[in-house]
Design a binder for this molecule. Structure first.
Ligand code: FE2
Ligand code: FE2
Length: 239
């Protein structure tokens, strides 16, 4: 029952059914920063059989139990609220905890694996950039998006068009994505060695969860909230 067009983008597919992100995670397909690519393009680039991918998506649909959460139909303000309450608050709790753990693991086990200091340094730079990124979204971009959501004519935004801060946020998402890829490489795909202690294992487990959460977070911004905000602004400008 292959009903999905190969011309649909990966981002659209996850927006329609968030649980499809599991299939893409498993196959190493980027659905957040790379969400604008079509199935056909991704299959060609990764040398995947499109039929196999469509079958995997069908199989996921058959077992899907949690597709009820439809953020494609939420208002712009509801989406911004949801992202702050779900993803920003998750990061505010996890970033300091994982930073402490990464520093401890690098200090105790750095002699056994020199890459651990790189994990800790990469993590701290990633966390600092993300803190400032979230502050910009919460204090500048999201309030602007809420303003155009409730407006009947184009308001005067301090940054001109929403496309300006959105462009900047998307570039920062790419930077965060690269840092996550680097941490994945340095930890052999978040796989602990046989000799890893519990803190080391918990760190890798936490980093793996963080990667998944960030992919979902960036997907909701890049492929749902941002394009819809740009569309809404165009409507208001034409009004
Ligand atoms: Fe965000
Ligand atoms: Fe963001």
């Amino acid at each position: 029952m292959a009903t999905i067009s190969l011309e649909k983008t990966i981002g659209q597919l996850v927006t329609e059914r968030p649980s499809r992100s599991r299939v893409f995670e498993k196959l190493g397909i980027d659905y957040c920063c790379g969400g604008k690519k079509t199935i056909a393009e991704v299959c060609e680039k990764k040398m995947l059989d499109p039929g196999m991918l469509l079958e995997a998506l069908d199989a996921e649909a058959a077992t899907d139990a949690d597709s009820a959460f439809d953020y494609g139909s939420m208002s712009l303000s509801e989406l911004a609220d949801h992202i702050e309450a779900t993803h920003h608050s998750y990061l505010r709790a996890e970033l300091p905890r994982l930073s402490r753990m990464a520093q401890r693991v690098a200090k105790v086990h750095g002699d056994n694996d020199q890459r651990l200091q790189g994990v800790s340094d990469t993590f701290d730079a990633f966390a600092a950039e993300l803190e400032s990124h979230m502050a910009k979204e919460e204090n500048v971009l999201f309030p602007g998006i809420r303003q155009i959501d409730g407006a009947t004519k184009m308001p005067n935004l301090p940054f001109g068009s929403v496309a300006n801060p959105i462009h900047c946020m998307e570039q920062e998402h790419d930077g965060a994505g690269s840092a996550l890829e680097r941490m994945r490489e340095l930890t052999d795909g978040f796989t602990p060695p046989d000799w890893a202690c519990n803190t080391y294992r918990a760190l890798l487990d936490g980093l793996h969860d963080l990667e998944l959460n960030m992919h979902q977070h960036v997907h909701k911004e890049n492929n749902v909230l941002f394009p819809r905000a740009i569309e809404r602004e165009k409507e208001l400008q034409g009004a």
